[in-house]
Write a protein of this length. Sequence first.
Length: 315
Amino acid sequence: MGNTSSKSTASQRRPSHKHKKPLKENPPTRSPTQRTIDGRIYHAVDGSQYLLPRDDQEVDRLHETHFLTKELLGCNVMADAIKTLDFQGGGLQILDVCCGPATWLCETSLDYPSCQFVGIDMCSIWPQVIRPANLEFIEANVLRGLPFPDKAFDFVQLRFVSLAFKTNEWDYILTEIRRVLRDGGVLQCIDLDMQIISDDQDIKRYLQHFDALCNTRGLDPSAGAKLDMMLNDHGLNILQSEYREIPLGWGGPLGDGFMNIFSAEVQGLAPWMKRSSNLNDEQLIAMLRRTLRGMIQSKAYMGLYAFLAQKPFDD
């Protein structure tokens, strides 16, 4: 069980989980890379299944996810990576795949100024003006390949992408990451098993709707629990593994923060959940409220998995 008693400045500034009444559903408007649905901005990248928004509200959720994950694991870079690679003076080349708003990159690039950092994502929601000098970004769809030569990076991170890649796309993504890793390079991979552990019946009903949505999109919400097998299947050797149980709505500021993140995520998924489960706005809000109440009453949790895997030296 992760440490749920320590206080976090991130938790103190988390957004409220009071629910705003959703906007009346309107026909989506589109641009080449984005579309607006019910007042929220979503991706519209060809070939991508990513269902969550790309607006300021979602950026806030991703920032909060970073800070709470850092508190839960106690680090930005796992301990065995620090032991294996020289982050302080080695001039490492570091890549963050699907970097989002780049919260992790902005912190670690300041922590390790002798290293060079690159973030890649299909949309540019990262800082546009102010950023560390050793940090750069590339806007590209990683499902079309990582635009780097073989063996270009010493350290790669991939995290929280269960809702980004179809089950049959993981093989390609990990193959590409392995390709751009140098011999002896290290991959830090962090994700969730999004199956909420609880006996509460309202939570079980929510999971039925959520699983139905994922199934229609070819997504695996439990991908985090399978990371070690996938990494081994791609010839990467596990150096370190960590598991944390994430309290949802109980156990102090950490549990409150993760429940806020969950609530914001469901609201971001609202257009797709309404469509796949034939729910209207009022029914979705009622389901979310019952689910949040059930989390607190049943002390529900979900699992976070973190793995550090190394590419063989003689590859």
